[in-house]
Design a protein around this ligand. Structure first.
Ligand SMILES: Cc1ncc(COP(=O)(O)O)c(C=O)c1O
Length: 466
């Protein structure tokens, strides 16, 4: 067993040396990080022994819950049997092959082929590289442009960060491939243009897509990429029929549809994958990570259709190879963990549990709408966003400096609940083993925390029109 330093020394080492992702260093330099020492089921415990209900499944990923011994055993057994060997070309391993076949079975339509990577960002990079390669193989090397959306989140490698459409993530970084990536409007029902209803808003978004393709030239556009529900952009649910119609536009223009199911896959909305099952939209490429291994170990998977596979598996030149790959593509231990994770989801009927229990999270949270700073409560199953506004009638956002969701986050933390503040939105994405009782607890804690925050913001004169 590794010996652990006392928590104060650990706090100091972390603050001095660990560059945390997506962190406000003005705050971090003073406060450092909360050290999480234990995790079990739906709770985590910090170094002071305080226990918290995990309302965010780590980071949208611990779908089966924390601390499963079966997962530890599967990982241990694979390490002892064969932890790693070269996946390039001539060799493979049992878990990677079994998992590829299992994913092909779980995925819709002809998504029968898997390219492995190490997470969502690398899986999205892979999707774009394969889309480019596919068209090059078909004799259309100029078909390279990718159409993404404002407020989309696709990751943090340089290319995935550029696919991402959240403006706040761009500051201080260069736009690469400026001419290659183009953004449409986010599909945001809460903020749809005045005078529209859901149907006319959908028409508007689909028309915007068709117009953009015309403007760029269909011969230059390789793919459209979209999350079924935008996650980090604020849990934005598209209008009914949106994905199906966008998919149709793709088909008409020989453009690939890439579904980024990094968050929505593996049961978060009661389905293995939601594109086909809930939106009648069968993608050409489906991107998965997070819930694929429930965060026990990193893994990404990019699934492609038979048609794409057929094109990319032909030699691009005599003795040519598909020149892309990662040392850890199809890592035996990660794939063994994913297989066990899938076995647990199947055995415990977790998708069915989410189908029946998931809707009660939104139902319980509905009461938050009566609070003066709650503008919207939205999402699906175990994927929820609560948007805070300074003026409800005008849907006016708080200035970023107010840190509205951050204030709620801190109050929830004091009450033993972890939620995720993203701008003015509070995000919930609990482990999928959450019960109705947990949903009630989350709603009650949020109600009290938002209520207190409202009072504080009112005193500061930051709440309007009440
Ligand atoms: C929809 C989506 N795609 C891609 C990613 C990037 O995944 P990763 O952080 O594993 O690289 C995320 C991460 O939150 C995500 O939400």
């Amino acid at each position: 067993m590794r010996s652990s330093p006392d928590s104060q020394s650990l706090w100091q080492m972390d603050r001095d040396h660990f560059i945390h992702p997506y962190t406000d260093y003005a705050v971090f330099e003073d406060e450092g990080s909360q050290i999480i020492t234990r995790a079990e089921g739906v709770t985590v415990t910090d170094a002071q022994g305080r226990e918290y209900l995990d309302g965010i499944a780590g980071l949208w990923c611990v779908n089966i819950g924390h601390g499963r011994e079966e997962m530890a055993n599967a990982i241990r057994d694979q390490v002892l049997q064969m932890q790693y060997y070269n996946p390039f070309g001539h060799s493979t391993n049992e878990p990677a092959s079994l998992l590829a076949a299992k994913l092909a079975q779980l995925a819709p339509g002809s998504l029968n082929h898997v390219f492995y990577s190490t997470g969502g960002s690398t899986a999205n990079d892979t999707a774009v590289r394969l889309a480019h390669y596919y068209f090059a193989q078909r004799g259309m090397p100029q078909k390279k442009k990718i159409i993404s959306r404002l407020d989309a989140y696709h990751g943090s490698t340089y290319f995935a960060a550029n696919l991402t459409g959240i403006q706040g993530t761009k500051i201080g970084f260069n736009r690469i491939a400026e001419d290659m990536i183009h953004y449409l409007s986010a599909a945001n029902i809460y903020r749809m243009p005045e005078g529209m209803d859901e149907d006319s808003y959908c028409d508007y978004l689909v028309r915007e897509f068709a117009d953009r393709i015309q403007q760029l030239g269909a011969d230059n556009v390789a793919a459209f990429i979209a999350e079924p529900i935008m996650g980090a952009g604020g849990v934005l649910v598209a209008p009914a029929g949106y994905h199906k119609r966008m998919r149709q536009v793709c088909k008409e223009n020989d453009i690939l549809y890439i579904a980024d199911e990094v968050v929505t896959g593996f049961g978060r909305m009661g389905e293995w994958f939601v594109s086909s099952a809930l939106y009648d939209c069968e993608p050409d490429i489906l991107v998965s990570a997070k819930g694929i291994s429930s965060g026990y170990i990193p893994l990404g998977a990019t699934l492609i259709s038979d048609e794409i596979y057929e094109a990319i598996s032909k030699p691009q030149a005599e003795a040519g190879v598909l020149s892309m790959g990662f040392t850890y593509s199809g890592h035996a231990v990660a794939c063994a963990a994913a297989l066990k994770n899938i076995e647990i989801i199947e055995r415990e009927n977790i998708c069915q549990h989410v189908k029946t229990t998931g809707p009660s999270l939104l139902e319980e949270l509905d009461v938050l709408r009566e609070l003066p700073i709650v503008g919207d409560v939205r999402g699906s199953h175990y994927m929820v966003g609560i948007e805070l506004v300074s003026n409800k009638a005008r849907k006016q956002s708080f200035e970023a400096a107010v840190g509205s969701a951050q204030r709620v986050f801190k109050r929830c933390l004091n009450r033993g609940l972890i939620v995720r503040p993203v701008g003015n939105v509070i995000v919930l994405s609990p482990p999928l083993i959450f019960t109705e009782q947990h949903c009630k607890q989350v709603a009650a804690t949020l109600y009290d925390s938002i209520n207190e925050t409202t009072a504080e913001l009112k005193v500061a004169g930051l709440v309007m029109g009440d």
